[in-house]
Every structure is written in C-alpha cells, then in structure tokens.
Write a protein that binds this ligand. Structure first.
Ligand SMILES: [Zn+2]
Length: 401
C-alpha cells in the first residue's frame, strides 16, 4: 500500500549578483523581524504578564513597515517576514510544551541565513522557479529528479557558512513500502560509528580522519590571523568549507545506512540519548557520536513512518555494554579502551555489538509487555532533540534529502 508523504528536496543554485543582493537583504529583514517580534513578546510578558500571539506580532510588523526607519522592510517580499513570525510562534509553542528552551535572538554571524516562501510568493512554471520581487528564475542545478508532476508548496532559500546557496522544495511524494521482516538493535559507538545487533559494524565515512586533520590545520591558521583583516575572512571561509564537507559526507553516509535499515527491517530499536547521557564522557569522540546519534534518530523517525516500520526507543537505562547478551550476567565496569571481553559463560563479546544486542532485547521485551519503553509516535520529538534545533521551522519534522 503506497502512501503520500511531504518531502523536501534540496538543490544548490547559483544566484546572479542582483539575486544574491536581494536575498541577502531578505535574510537580514527576516532576522530583524524575528528579533524585534521576540523582543516585543518578551517585554510584554516580563513587564505586563501578557502573552502576544502570532496575529499580534503580525499587526506589529504592519506598523513597523509604516515607520521611516523600518520602511525598507517593504523592499523585500512580505511572505518570508510573515513566515519568520510563524517560526517564532512555533518556537514559543515548543517552549510552552517544554520541548525547547526559550527562543533566542538570531545572530548575524552564527544563525542560519534563510527565507521561506509559501505558494503565493513564488512562481513555478515548467520546472523553473521565480521568487517574489525577482524577474529572473533561479539557476538551480537539478542534481536529482523531482517526483513526477509535483508542484512545491513551500520553498526555502538558504546560504551556508561556506557561501553555498541552497533551495529546498517541499513536495508531495508517493512511497511504496516493500516487505520487511525481523528486528535490529543499534548502538551508536565511539570507536566505530554504529554497531548492529547482527554483528555488523559501520565505520565512519571515508576521508573523515583526513578531513579532521585538515580542519585542525585550518583552525590553527585562522587563529593566527589578525581580527577584522581580509585574510581572516578568507581563513574563516576555509574552515567553514571543511566543516561543510565533513557534515555533508556524514549525512550522506547516514542517509544510505538508514534507508537500507528501513527497507530491510520491520522493527528498529535504538537507545534514547538522555539515557546515553547518564554515562558521562567528555571526550571529543563522544560529542561527535552524540551528533551522529541525533541525525540517525531524526532520519529513522521519518523514514520508519514513511515505510510503516516500528521504531522503538529504549528510554530506561541499563548497563548495555557489560551485560552479557548470551547469559545475562553482569560483568565488572570496564574502561573505554576495552573493545572485546569474555563472559564467565564463555561468550566472547565485541563491546559495541553486545550493547546493540542488549538494546534489541530490551526493545523487544518492552514492546511485548508494553512496559519500560515508549513505542515511537509518528513525528514526535523529545525535548532533547528539539531543544537542540537552532531554527524551529514551520515545516519542522519534514526531512531534507
Ligand atoms: Zn555470559
């Protein structure tokens, strides 16, 4: 049985100078409107104990456009500005539902530069995309086909720290799930990227080690440059490019892996990050593996929903590493560098694979008796993952491929 899902398709594009200037101005206005509305909402609450909703901030925006000093807000499309207010509303909704921290101001340097256009603010004709206030269509590199005959409902334009421009098109796509069986447990390791209960170990993306060395070099280089100099700006861009490449490769790697897992397996069991955090470890490798875990979980959540699979999140802590998956005996705590251990029953365990097997067993036991774990609801988020989202978007939860 096939199902229709919303799916974002992301492409690179190359703006003309005029388009780049127009978009940069739009990003600036989006940030300004978001920050001013956040300030207004914060003041209303702290000074007068009033809650201002989306409609009230929308009325404020109309007022700002009429003042002399903010008249320039009318020079850009009004839709991305309205969307910024909606994103702020979403951020507050998440805050009140205790899924996220209090919204913070968007920073000129650190925040994602993006603008979201709904259907009234762009023209889609014969596979060309023209944004409001622009005369020429965007020069998009169609690196993959869009679903047959689709029309995007929302378009998001962004520019990353490495200076690359992207457009993300939200489309409807039809997914036809294939048959799958069995269950797999996944442990996000420190040594290898992931270990599966089947015994398979998935290593880090190729070139990652070399890229990290290059990154360290570039960062040292940046630190030596004088503040505010042109050479510093150049060095910063070099660092951003290497960061972007590492992130791209890792995302690609995880996409391929999660797609394969979801296609093959009916039940997938992972551990909750809050649970993982109960074992503190401040090594850099741990921070990296946590980042991989968040991406993995997000991808598994929506792909499992697309294909009708069960994603089980084990949220009760148990000593998964040193519990023998063959006989259930508990071994002594062991240091991180122990990769393999032998149980009293004679089984020899790979540390990470053993953990994955225990996670699988815990997930299956709990779904059988309906205890200890929460079966994952479609598109639900834990506070953990949404709190980390820098930019709660209206299209949140919709994956970018
Ligand atoms: Zn044993």
């Amino acid at each position: 049985m096939s199902r229709t899902v919303k799916r974002a398709f992301k492409f690179r594009f190359y703006p003309s100078d005029v388009q780049a200037a127009q978009l940069a101005r739009t990003f600036g206005c989006v940030r300004l409107v978001y920050n001013k509305a956040l300030q207004a909402r914060t003041e209303a609450w702290t000074l007068r104990q009033e809650r201002i909703n989306y409609n009230a901030t929308s009325a404020l925006l109309t007022g700002w456009k009429k003042t002399d000093e903010l008249a320039f807000l009318s020079e850009v499309s009004s839709v991305p500005l309205q969307q910024a207010l909606r994103h702020l509303q979403a951020a507050f909704t998440n805050f009140w539902a205790k899924r996220a921290k209090y919204p913070t101001f968007k920073s000129k340097k650190r925040s994602r530069r993006s603008a979201e256009y709904t259907a009234s603010a762009f023209r889609w004709r014969d596979g060309t995309l023209t944004l409001a206030k622009m005369t020429q269509p965007l020069h998009i590199v169609w690196s993959r086909p869009l679903p047959e005959g689709c029309t995007p409902s929302t378009v998001t334009v962004s520019c990353d720290a490495a200076g690359r421009w992207f457009v993300s098109l939200l489309c409807e796509d039809v997914i036809t799930p294939t048959g799958a069986s069995g269950a797999v447990g996944i442990d996000v390791g420190i040594d290898s990227l992931l270990a599966l209960s089947t015994g398979e170990k998935i290593t880090n993306p190729r070139h990652e080690r070399a890229d990290r060395q290059r990154l360290a070099c570039a960062q040292r280089d940046l630190a030596r440059k004088q503040k505010g100099s042109a050479n510093r700006a150049k060095a910063r861009l070099a660092v951003a490019r290497i960061h972007a490449r590492i992130a791209d490769r890792r995302r690609d790697h995880l996409h391929k892996l999660t797609t394969r897992l979801v296609r093959e397996t009916q039940t997938i069991v992972i551990e909750d990050l809050a649970v993982r955090n109960m074992v503190k470890n401040h090594r850099l490798a741990r921070a990296i593996s946590d980042a991989a875990w968040r991406q993995l979980r997000t991808m598994l959540e929506y792909k499992a929903a697309w294909h009708g699979r069960d994603l089980v999140v084990v949220d009760r802590w148990f000593p998964s590493t040193r519990l023998c998956s063959a006989c259930g005996a508990l071994a002594q705590p062991m240091p991180l560098d122990v990769r393999e251990w032998t149980c009293r029953c004679g089984s020899v365990h790979d540390r990470d694979v053993n953990a994955a097997r225990n996670i699988l067993a815990a997930g299956l036991a709990a779904t059988a008796c309906g205890d200890d774990v929460r079966p994952q609801r479609e598109s639900s988020r834990t506070g953990q993952s949404s709190a980390k989202q820098e930019d709660p978007r209206a299209t949140k939860g919709v994956p970018v491929l």
